[in-house]
Design a protein. Structure first.
Length: 111
């Protein structure tokens, strides 16, 4: 009986930890799958940009080649450096994800 109780508690703990703060698997047949993955990467860039700004490092922009990726990412980087209201890693992630979703026109959020 103790073994079953322990197993159930362990399963609950693992499932709770796995569901916290991570997006689930994205089905490739979903129309917005590439947009969601791209915005997840942009969110990571936004977080790194926040840390770079806090360390006093210069702004690192991508070479713009006419693609949406570089344009959107550079827009987010510039705004993080300009906006003192983005004052925490969570705010930087949220700003990056929301701005990317808005600029890409995707209807699904990544988390």
């Amino acid at each position: 009986m103790k073994r079953i109780t322990f197993t159930l508690l362990a399963l609950l703990a693992v499932s709770g930890a796995r569901a916290h703060g991570h997006s689930g698997p994205i089905d490739d047949s979903m129309p917005d799958a590439q947009k969601i993955r791209f915005c997840e990467r942009v969110r990571d860039h936004a977080l790194q940009t926040f840390y770079n700004r806090e360390r006093g490092q210069p702004m690192k922009l991508f070479d713009e080649d006419g693609s949406d990726g570089a344009r959107i990412t550079n827009h987010i980087i510039k705004r993080i450096y300009e906006e003192p209201q983005i004052s925490s890693p969570k705010k930087a992630e949220t700003f990056g994800r929301a701005t990317c979703n808005e600029m890409m026109g995707s209807s699904a959020a990544s988390e």
